[in-house]
Write a protein that binds this ligand. Structure first.
Ligand SMILES: *[C@@H]1O[C@H](CO)[C@@H](O)[C@H](O)[C@H]1NC(C)=O
Ligand SMILES: *[C@@H]1O[C@H](CO)[C@@H](O)[C@H](O)[C@H]1NC(C)=O
Length: 229
């Protein structure tokens, strides 16, 4: 039978253990936020000034509505050229089983070759059925990671295979993906795609916006800028 002395020893032991866990856990959070660099993949490579219209897109690489929203957004960007600036934030939705792994692959590839990030995002959109819940429900998590590593290497170049694979063992890439999630949720975003235009959320979050929709949002802003001059 346990004596009061062993009980108090056990109590102290677990109390100490608990304190260590709490200190380490909060230390890890404090370390990652705010992040050393702002979250997001910048699509448009041009200067931003006070007249530049800023679009922030919140996307999930395995979400069909995010996929459908991408071509018209690209078309609008092409139309507006340097007047519009786009940054993409990832929001891996918890009910898309492989969204986090796919998002992490994007962070890994972005660190290896920034110019390949959007190529990989577009390939995820093109072939995202492969990574849907139903299609992967018999696969282990390790098998899914493996298949996403192979997929990403095929897209960005097989010479990257081992770097992408080891990226999944690098805690930093996990932290970056967590920062994306936290950034998105801290903005109150809970559906993909969601778009902010000059800092304000556009209506119908979770649904794609077509090309005419983008024109109807952005044309008036640019016209209003002209009146100010
Ligand atoms: C980086 O990616 C771009 C776009 O996919 C590609 O053209 C370029 O060759 C890549 N650079 C390297 C060093 O692999
Ligand atoms: C998963 O396994 C079940 C049972 O073996 C099988 O009926 C089903 O077709 C499998 N699904 C896929 C997507 O492979």
């Amino acid at each position: 039978m346990a004596t009061p002395r062993t009980l108090s020893f056990l109590f102290l032991f677990f109390f100490f253990f608990f304190v260590v866990v709490v200190v380490f856990a909060s230390g890890a959070i404090a370390q990652s936020l705010p992040p050393p660099r702002q979250d997001g993949f910048v699509y448009t490579d041009h200067r931003v000034d006070s007249d530049t219209v800023v679009v922030e897109a919140f996307l999930d690489p395995v979400c069909p509505d995010s996929r459908d929203s991408w071509p018209p957004l690209k078309q609008a960007l092409q139309y507006y050229g340097p007047r519009v600036w786009l940054v993409v934030h990832l929001l891996p939705l918890p009910y898309h089983d492989n969204a986090y792994v796919a998002s992490r692959a994007l962070h890994i590839v972005n660190a290896l070759n920034t110019s390949a990030t959007f190529h990989l995002l577009e390939m995820f959109f093109k072939q995202q059925e492969r990574f849907y819940n139903d299609q992967t429900k018999n696969m282990s998590r390790a098998a899914v990671v493996n298949s996403i590593v192979k997929f990403a290497a095929q897209v960005v170049g097989n010479s990257y295979y081992s770097s992408i694979a080891s990226g999944f063992n690098d805690r930093l890439t996990d932290l970056k993906t967590r920062v994306s999630f936290k950034y998105s949720t801290s903005k109150g975003v809970y559906a993909t795609p969601s778009f902010f235009l000059n800092g304000f959320l556009l209506p119908d979050a979770g649904s794609p916006i077509d090309y005419n929709g983008w024109r109807s949002f952005i044309d008036p802003l640019i016209a209003a800028q002209g009146q100010r001059r």
